[in-house]
Design a protein around this ligand. Sequence first.
Ligand code: PEP
Ligand code: MG
Length: 840
Amino acid sequence: KHVEIADFTPITPTAAISAAAHGGRAKCLQRLIRLDLPVPRTLALSVDQVRSIAAGRRPYTEQMLHELESPLVSVRPSSESADWGGPAAILNIGMCDRTHADLAVNLGERAADAIYARFIQAFAVHVARLDPEAFDLPARPDATTIASLLDAYETERGATFPQDPADQLADALRSMARSWDGPTARLLRQARGAPAEAGLGLVVQQMALGVGRRHEGESGSGVIQFIDSATGLPQITGRYLSQSQGREALLAEEGAIYLTQDPRGPSLEDIAPEILDTLTAHGTLCRRRLREEMQIEFTIDGGHLAILDAVRVPRSSRAGVRVAVALASDGVIPQAEAVARVEPRALSELLHPQVDPAHPPDVFASGIAASPGAATGRLVFSARAAQAAQAREEPCILVRRETTPDDVRGMHASVGVLTEKGGATSHAAVIARGLGLPCVVGAGGIAIDQRSATLTGDKGRTFREGDWITLDGTGGVALAGAVPLLEPALDDAFRTLLSWADDARDIGVRANADTPAEAQVARTFEAEGIGLCRTEHMFFEGDRLTVMREMIFTDNAEDREAALRRLLPVQRSDFVRLFRIMEGQPVCIRLLDPPLHEFLPAGPDALHDMAESLNLSLRSVTARVEALREFNPMLGMRGVRLGIAIPEIYEMQSRAIFEATVEAGGGVVPEIMVPLVSARREVELVKGRVDAVAAAVKAETGANFDYRLGVMVETPRAALRAEEIAANVAFLSFGTNDLTQMTYGLSRDDAGRFMGAYVAEGVFIEDPFLRLDVDGVGELLTLGAERGRAGHPGITLSVCGEHGGDPESIAFCRAAGFDYVSCSPFRVPLARLAAAQIAL
Ligand code: PEP
Ligand code: MG
């Protein structure tokens, strides 16, 4: 019945409308029409048609107006995804002296004046792009207002206000089409994830007036949704404003009312209960048939309901999880689809407090978002001050140029950590992720004055020790003052979603956990064991650091033995606790891998402490520290090199592990991992000694146990020689932090300084310490895995670098046939969900 004109498509149940060709809004309107909702007549203009209008072709607006059979129409943007935005809607196109006179008869003077005045204003500002100041509106526009607006238009524009509705519509379409190509609009939508070539469709709709006709019944407009956007719980939410149009109800400072009965004031339910019932029925229908929670824009025109538009309810991450689970639980969507709908990175928002997005941020420093979550506390500049603040039960945020093991106790005492230097796998970043503390590193714009305990941030703003700040580790920024935070939510919906994810995934997820507290978190998040226990981190607590240093600094075997004898029981009890917490799940313990500089006392205080505890002169301690100092500690005496140069250390650790295995009982099969290997012979030497210790412990205790010895592949050479290395071991675990560092020749601790520039210039698509470099480091993984399997068919393969928690990197590992990934405990839920989505 409709005349097909190349310029536009009337939206009917059977019209050929697609989101790709006409945009998401046009497609959604068609769905609403198919559900038989009362949608006013609407036309869709395709992306191609809008492009040709932008290029200067005049659209067939006379035919459009004829098709819509309405004196007044609206135009709205219809980009492919609603998230990409678009030009503002323009309502009441067609208002001119003639329609004004007609409306005055039908609706009354006041309503007609208000509509005309608002339209002249909107047209002048958004279409003719005249100065908004010249078009201010009084609260109650009248005939004089209209005359002066028309005058202002003529003066500013140098032409009279267009009186022909077809001209008005053509101008509005052209203006909206062109604004899409403006540089600001382009940047804005690209920031929201739109591709560079994203196009815009437009929809032209019969106006449902929402004003006047008081004698015929209620008129007005509003917005309704059926869940709470923050929590995702079922709740009718929205606003309604009598005698209004568009989204005025949401913007109005006064007069807008609630939808359901409310003690705070009158509601739509009071004034038009049957309309609310109809809206609720429409909402239920939309949820079931559009398989989504929709926000519906409606107008009541003289008692008649019109549905103008519907969009996916904007929602928090928490609500997103709850909605997906509720839709699947109600049988609206399959469970697999609920799993697919939740963005894995959004989960980390649920695990940590977040800065309330409703609060305008006052940023004074920005850097790399190294560990998610947000916290508010008083500024402190040293680990000591942090511990003092903790003793006073005051939350504090530790600020350092960079952190060292001397700071770990201070980090424990803080609620957040900010460093000037460092990258995504620097000391501060790794420890903070393990502790679940929000952390921002590489905030190169700040200047710290340790002496005066002050920090200078953006625009020279200065903060002193004790000042309140808020650290946003998710956004990678620090904010002035105590900003309101949203609390974490590990509710039933979260657990249900992850249990569905576990059903779908086919790669294992373990956690990197160094302490009993972290192991507990790993259990809470249902990791399938510990993939990496960095034993050196166990020595950052209490006086252990001192004993550890004694062990490293002694220059004779006797003193070293003594220090190791003190460390043995401490280690054993650590392992017993880990085994008990993990209840028979695999626990992979890495033998000591300290880049020595992490253990050197830095600064006069630490040197003095060390002299005291070793009962040596400050001078001789300083001399020993100097003697141990390496030019390049990350490439120096660390990992298996230490184990071979000082075999007693690994022997003590193996003994602690085996004795703990016997003590914990319950058939624990410990996994022992040798770090920083680059040659087969290294593994042979260590394996010989570990086997000997196992035999000794078995003989001493009369108990029997199994264990698995594995190698950490962290050097390019270990990947290249994986075939011969694998022959002797039960598993290979790829340490992609060091492997990335060594493949690029890029220091993990210094990369923060130029990472921003490298990413901005497109040298790196992303920080390779966060997102696996699949081309280079990835090639070493693939090659190492193939060669490892050639040397030892069926060998267990895994990744335990920070990449283990990154969705793209997990996809790569799965494709390469790895058995599991291991990541920080707080990233386990994200990894479980991401792994499921890859498998679906
Ligand atoms: C690695 O190098 O990837 C790794 C997991 O070890 P660390 O971060 O402790 O060096
Ligand atoms: Mg490493």
